[in-house]
Write a protein that binds this ligand. Sequence first.
Ligand SMILES: NC(=O)c1ccc[n+]([C@@H]2O[C@H](COP(=O)([O-])OP(=O)(O)OC[C@H]3O[C@@H](n4cnc5c(N)ncnc54)[C@H](OP(=O)(O)O)[C@@H]3O)[C@@H](O)[C@H]2O)c1
Length: 230
Amino acid sequence: MSTPTFPDWSPQVDENARILIVGASGGIGRALVSMLRKGPACTIGAHRNSTPEPVATEDGPQTILDLQQGLHSDDDCRALVEFFSDAAGGIDGLVVLSGFIGRGEHWRDLSGEQWEQSVQANLNIPFFLARAAMERMESGTILLTGTESALHGGSPTSLPYGVSKRGTECLVQGLAREGAARGVTVNGVRMGYIKSGAHERWLGKSPEDMKKRAEMVLLKRGGEPEEAAA
Ligand SMILES: NC(=O)c1ccc[n+]([C@@H]2O[C@H](COP(=O)([O-])OP(=O)(O)OC[C@H]3O[C@@H](n4cnc5c(N)ncnc54)[C@H](OP(=O)(O)O)[C@@H]3O)[C@@H](O)[C@H]2O)c1
């Protein structure tokens, strides 16, 4: 199927906004940074975990803060949010795109450590980040990511991922209730299959596997990272 053409998406971002993107080195994160670079002057915290090179260089009106940090605890998350907020003079937006699916073992064979690692990355870390950002925000927006597959019990090889992502939806609702009173909106995006390269990277999926996956989508194609970013 041919590559779809997209409308001219312009980022809905206030001038001088300060936005921290956690997981900016991933497929969707990179698309989001590129999209924001077409918008007004603002400060973007481009977080990467293990990616060696910065996600973006400074060649637009935006200020890019290159932030590298593995996130393994509440303290790590708090340190990242505080560092960005201090450097940018505050924080108006947090987008959490970090996460990973795991190596694809059936849930029967998962060790306790593997289960915990997935829940840590996909549920605990988003909570710690959102909480730390909320404490610092006077007003603003927090965006967390869910997945369509979690609505159907995930798959046998992605159960802790699905459980965590479904938990994230509860997190969005709980934090949104609290944030509304203070002008902080909390939203979730529940995505289907996006062609970010994550499935190939995490699960070793082949082009043939991904073709079959696309057949399960009504449009018979995966979403482009730019569509998810928009
Ligand atoms: N692609 C899809 O079909 C799809 C569907 C539904 C939901 N989602 C969700 O959307 C989000 C973005 O997905 P994507 O496809 O762009 O994924 P991706 O390409 O695999 O990117 C994942 C990001 O998470 C970071 N990360 C992984 N482990 C981390 C850790 N321990 N600490 C800090 N950062 C860590 C990675 O950093 P490094 O690469 O620098 O290590 C990378 O920036 C994820 O939460 C994913 O679960 C994706």
